[in-house]
Design a binder for this molecule. Structure first.
Ligand code: PTT
Ligand code: SF4
Length: 612
C-alpha cells in the first residue's frame, strides 16, 4: 500500500507452525479503521469464530499501532494489545506505553497478529524483515523485569520488549502484558492469552524510517506541539504528581473506592495521595516520545523502585484499606513483575477481605493486612491455594462463594470495576457499564465533568457527554494509539490531531470523520460482545453492581445515598437510542449499515434477531 503514515503491513505470526509472514493491507482498511483498536476489532471479528475458547490456539492476540504512533509527536509511544478476553468472554484490549511500539513501526509493521500455540515457551524476535522464534524455556518462570533485562543484555538496550510475567504463564485471567518494568496493559487477561500461546515475549528492533506524507510539516508541527505542551500552566504540577493528583480529588469528592467500594472516602487518604507520594518520589519515568513523563517512581518497603499511578494506589490502597504508600508500592511492584492487573488484584483482594469479615469463606484476611495481601498476590500469580480461585476474577469467585455475594462482586461483564465509587455518580456508572471492555474508566472518564456540573442528574446532557468521551478517548485516541493524557490532563488542543494525520498520511479527516471511525469501532466491538453472548444477551449486561443501588454509603457528606435503579434504566435506554441500538443494547440493522457494517448485520442477524 502506498500510503505514508501507515506502513501498510501487518506481521502474521503462526506460533503452531513457527512461521511469520508479512501481509499488506489496503488503503480502504486503513481509512475505515484507522489503526490500533479499529484494526484489532476488525481482525478479531473476521477471524475468531463465535464461542472460541480465549485460551485456545484459535484466539488471536494482536499488538497494534496507529498512523501517528512512534512519530516524534507528543506522547505517541503507545501500543494496543487485544484479544478475545478469557476474563470476560467478550472483546478485550489494553494500552501500554513502550519502546516496542516504536521499534515495531520502524521494523515496518503497524501490527502483529498472532495465532496458534508454540510447542514450547518461545520468544518472537522481530528485526526489520527478519523474524525468528527463539527457545524461551530458560525464561519461563521468571518475572517480567528480569525477562526484559536479560533480553536487553542479549539483543541490545535499544530493543523494545513486551513480555508476560508468571501470571500470564499460569493463565491468571487478569494477567496483563508488561514493558519497561512498570508499563502494563491489557487488563482483561491479555497476558493470559499470550501465556496460552507459549509466547513469553516479543523483542522488536527496527531501523527503517516510518514514511510520512510531509516530513517537513511533521518536524515543524512536532516541535510546535512539544512547545505547546511545555507552556501549559498545568505542566509543572503534572510532572510532579501525574495521575496521583486524582487521589486527593477523589477523596474530596467522595468517590475514592474504599473497603471494596462500600464507601467513597478513606480516613488515610492524605497518607497515600499525590503530596505524600512527592515526599518519597525518587524519579520520573515515561513512555517514548513523551515530554510530560508521568511515571512516579518511589521506593517500596524493600527499597526497590515501583511506579505509581492513581488506579494502582486507589485499588491496592483505599479499596483494601492499606494506608501506607510504601506498602502499596510493594504490592504494585509485585503486580508489575508478575504481570497482574493492579485494578483487578485490588478488587479480588477487597472481595476476599469482605468475605472473610462476613465469615463467608474459611480463609481469614483483615482489612488493611499488607503481609497477607502480599501473600495473596503471589498465590494468585502462581495459582496456589485460594489464589487459584481468585485468579479466575471476582465474577467467578462470587459465583463460587454464593450467598448473594454477586451483589457486591464489583464487576461489569466480568471485568473488575476500576478506581471510582459510583454510589453518587450515575454518569460514571453508565460509563463503566457501557465501556467496550467491561468496567473500565478508559473510554469515558466522565466523573470530573459530572461532579462539576451536577452529580445528581440522570439527564440527557450526561448521556451525551458519555458518548462524546467514548468517541474521543475510546475511539480517536485508541485508534490513533497515542496517549490521551496531554489532552485530558493539561489541555493540549484536540485540533492538532487532524493536522497531524494530514501531515503524516495526506488524508484529510475532520473531527466528525474521526468520530464516525470511532462509532464504527465501538459498534463493531458491541457486535462482538453480542455475538459471543447471543443466547443470554440482555440489557442486564450493562448494569452496574447491585451494591451501588442497594447499599447506601455510611460515611461522608453523601451518607445514605445510592444510585436510583429506575432512573439509571431510563438513562441507559436513552443512551441506547442515541447510539442507534435497540432496547436490549444491540445495534440495529440501520445503524450497522450506516456505519458501513452491512456484512456484520448479516452475520449477527443469523445469531440473534436484529431490530430494523
Ligand atoms: C489501564 C489501567 C490503568 S489506567 C492503570 S493506572 W491509569 C493500571 N496500571 C497498571 C500498572 O501500572 N501495572 C499493572 N500491573 N497493572 C495495571 N493496571 C491498570 O491498568 C498508563 C497511563 C495511564 S495510568 C492512563 S490512566 C492512561 N491510559 C491510556 C489508555 O488507556 N489509552 C491511551 N491511548 N492513552 C493512555 N494514557 C495513559 O497511560 P489497560 P502505561 Mg495501561 C504500571 O493498561 O489495560 O489499558 O488499563 O499503560 O504505559 O502503564 O500508562 O491512572
Ligand atoms: Fe506515558 Fe504519561 Fe507520557 Fe502518557 S503522559 S505518554 S502515560 S508518560
Amino acid at each position: 500500500m502506498d500510503m505514508p503514515g501507515w506502513n501498510g503491513r501487518l506481521l502474521r505470526v503462526d506460533l503452531t507452525k513457527g512461521k511469520a509472514v508479512p501481509q499488506e493491507y489496503d488503503a480502504s482498511f486503513a481509512k475505515t479503521f484507522l489503526g490500533g483498536r479499529g484494526f484489532a476489532v476488525k481482525i478479531l471479528w473476521d477471524e475468531t469464530k463465535p464461542n472460541v475458547n480465549p485460551l485456545s490456539p484459535e484466539n488471536r492476540l494482536i499488538f497494534a499501532a496507529g498512523p501517528l504512533t512512534a512519530f516524534p509527536l507528543p506522547s505517541s509511544g503507545k501500543l494496543l494489545v487485544a484479544a478475545k478476553s478469557p476474563l470476560t468472554g467478550g472483546y478485550g484490549d489494553g494500552n501500554l506505553g513502550t519502546h516496542a511500539t516504536v521499534q515495531m513501526r520502524r521494523a515496518g509493521y503497524d501490527a502483529i497478529v498472532t495465532k496458534g500455540k508454540a510447542s514450547k515457551p518461545t520468544i518472537l524476535n522481530v528485526y526489520n524483515d527478519r523474524t525468528e522464534f527463539v527457545d524461551a524455556r530458560d525464561y519461563w518462570g521468571i518475572g517480567s523485569f528480569q525477562t526484559e533485562r536479560r533480553l536487553k543484555k542479549e539483543y541490545g538496550t535499544s530493543v523494545g520488549v513486551v513480555t508476560i510475567g508468571q501470571a500470564g504463564e499460569n493463565l491468571v485471567k487478569f494477567a496483563n502484558v508488561v514493558s519497561q518494568e512498570g508499563r502494563a496493559g491489557g487488563r482483561p487477561g491479555m497476558g493470559a492469552v499470550m501465556g496460552s500461546k507459549n509466547l513469553k515475549a516479543i523483542v522488536f528492533r527496527g531501523t527503517k524510517t516510518i514514511p510520512s506524507k510531509n516530513p517537513e510539516a511533521m518536524k515543524r508541527m512536532g516541535l510546535e506541539a512539544y512547545r505547546e505542551v511545555l507552556a501549559k500552566p498545568l505542566f509543572g504540577f503534572w510532572k510532579r504528581q501525574g495521575t496521583m493528583a486524582t487521589l486527593e480529588w477523589s477523596q474530596e469528592n467522595c468517590v475514592l473506592p474504599t473497603q471494596n467500594f462500600q464507601e467513597g472516602v478513606f480516613e488515610k487518604a492524605d497518607e497515600i495521595g499525590g503530596f505524600a507520594m512527592e515526599k518519597i518520589k525518587i524519579s520520573n519515568r515515561g513512555c517514548p516520545h513523551c515530554n510530560m513523563t508521568c511515571g512516579n517512581v518511589v521506593e517500596d518497603t524493600e527499597k526497590l523502585p515501583s511506579e505509581l499511578d492513581y488506579e494502582n494506589v486507589a485499588m491496592l490502597g483505599s479499596n483494601i484499606k492499606i494506608g501506607d504508600l510504601r506498602e502499596i508500592a510493594t504490592l504494585n511492584r509485585l503486580a508489575d513483575d508478575y504481570g497482574i492487573d493492579t485494578i483487578s488484584l485490588g478488587n479480588v483482594i477487597g472481595f476476599m477481605m469482605e468475605a472473610s469479615e462476613k465469615r463467608l469463606v474459611d480463609y481469614r484476611i483483615e482489612w488493611g493486612d499488607f503481609e497477607k495481601a502480599k501473600v495473596l498476590a503471589e498465590d494468585i500469580a502462581f495459582k496456589r491455594g485460594i489464589g487459584a480461585l481468585l485468579a479466575e476474577g471476582v465474577r467467578s469467585v462470587s459465583e463460587k462463594v454464593g450467598n448473594n455475594t454477586v451483589k457486591w462482586a464489583m464487576q461489569i461483564k466480568g471485568l473488575e470495576v476500576s478506581g471510582y465509587d459510583c454510589h453518587t455518580t450515575p454518569g460514571m456508572a453508565l460509563s463503566f457499564a457501557t465501556c467496550s471492555v467491561g468496567a473500565h474508566h478508559k473510554d469515558a472518564w466522565v466523573i470530573n465533568w459530572e461532579v462539576a456540573t451536577g452529580r445528581e442528574s440522570y439527564g440527557e446532557a450526561k448521556v451525551e457527554k458519555v458518548i462524546e468521551l467514548q468517541r474521543l478517548r475510546g475511539g480517536v485516541f485508541e485508534c490513533f494509539t497515542t496517549c490521551r493524557l496531554p489532552w485530558v490532563e493539561i489541555g493540549f488542543g484536540l485540533d492538532w490531531y487532524p493536522k497531524f494525520l494530514k501531515a503524516a498520511t495526506g488524508v484529510n479527516m475532520t473531527m466528525n470523520d474521526l468520530f464516525t471511525v470511532a462509532d464504527r469501532t465501538f459498534t463493531l466491538i458491541r457486535a462482538f460482545w453480542v455475538r459471543e453472548y447471543a443466547t443470554v444477551w440482555s440489557k442486564g449486561m450493562d448494569s452496574p453492581p447491585a451494591r451501588w443501588f442497594d447499599e447506601p454509603v455510611q460515611d461522608g457528606p453523601f451518607k445514605g445515598t445510592t444510585l436510583n435503579r429506575e432512573k439509571y434504566d431510563r438513562m441507559l435506554q436513552l443512551y441506547y437510542s442515541k447510539r442507534g441500538w435497540d432496547d436490549r443494547g444491540i445495534p440495529t440493522k440501520k445503524k450497522l449499515k450506516k456505519l458501513g457494517l452491512g456484512d456484520v448485520a448479516l452475520e449477527l442477524g443469523r445469531q440473534i434477531k436484529l431490530a430494523t
